[in-house]
Design a protein around this ligand. Structure first.
Ligand code: HEM
Ligand code: HEM
Length: 215
């Protein structure tokens, strides 16, 4: 089972991630081309200005109004993306499989970043349960997406700590990691792919048509 998980499963997960992402982006461009109000209004300056404001912590008014949420989501996303790429254990695997060598995070830093992802996920769960405006628009799919996003961090952390049988935990970790990759193009996690384009569009509509800021 481990041989399958470490070999073909990882290949399948990466293939689904890249092919799915390419397909979804191609579909988005095809749809946007049909709309007469998308490409003709695109302007690099308005687009870049909007993306930059929303990528910088506290760069938008909404972020300044909700400082707790802003700190939580930025910490969450930075740790979510940086940890798996620069994790020592993954680095060994990158090297074994593809001969790539990346800088590696010290183990205690990786542990702490993993912990940040799990803590913020708990905060997001509480927010979905107890903030009435958020609870009202929460569907079962939001719980599933959150679980998929945080799954590899919980299983990776548990595997590293050695509290449970290692082989079983590692297998669970690899399956949850493969699911994480494969789910990105096909669930709401696809915001990772669309973020720049939706922001660019909003930036152009607000900047070029409404003459207003969108941050
Ligand atoms: C799909 C293939 C994957 C494989 C083969 C794999 C393999 C591993 C291995 C061998 C470990 C080390 C366990 C130990 O300390 O002994 C680990 C830890 C970890 N992995 Fe993965 N992983 C995969 C995917 C992912 C993904 C997609 C993520 C996150 C999005 C992830 C996040 C983590 C984290 C956060 C840790 C533990 C960090 C810590 O607490 O120090 N892994 N992984
Ligand atoms: C790297 C590019 C990414 C960008 C720019 C991005 C941006 C965002 C933004 C703007 C939000 C809304 C936060 C808010 O309400 O203030 C969000 C939420 C979220 N993102 Fe991302 N994201 C990215 C990647 C990812 C990835 C790779 C994952 C996991 C696979 C992920 C998981 C989530 C989750 C679970 C939430 C919502 C939490 C909730 O409210 O339940 N994001 N993201």
């Amino acid at each position: 089972m481990y041989e399958f998980a470490r070999g073909p499963l990882v290949w399948i997960a990466f293939a689904v991630f890249f092919a799915g992402a390419a397909y979804k982006l191609w579909r988005m461009f095809a749809l946007a081309k049909k709309e007469r109000v998308v490409f003709p209004y695109m302007d690099l300056k308005f687009a870049a200005r909007s993306v930059a404001h929303w990528l910088v912590p506290f760069g938008s008014r909404n972020m300044r109004l909700h400082p707790g949420m802003t700190l939580a989501t930025f910490a969450f996303h930075i740790c979510l993306v940086v940890t798996p790429i620069f994790l020592m254990a993954h680095n060994v695997l990158w090297h074994e499989s593809w001969g790539v060598r990346l800088p590696a995070l010290p183990e205690h830093v990786a542990d702490a970043m993993t912990f940040v992802v799990i803590l913020v996920a708990l905060f997001l769960v509480a927010r979905r349960m107890f903030t009435p405006a958020v609870a009202y628009v929460t569907y079962w799919s939001d719980w599933v997406v959150l679980l998929i996003a945080v799954g590899p961090f919980i299983t990776g952390f548990l595997a590293t700590q050695g509290w449970f049988p290692y082989d079983a935990m590692l297998l669970l970790h690899i399956f949850s990691g493969a699911l994480w990759l494969a789910a990105i193009p096909f669930t709401r996690l696809s915001h990772m792919l669309y973020f720049v384009f939706t922001r660019a569009y909003m930036g152009c509509e607000f900047g070029g048509v409404r003459n207003a800021k969108d941050w």
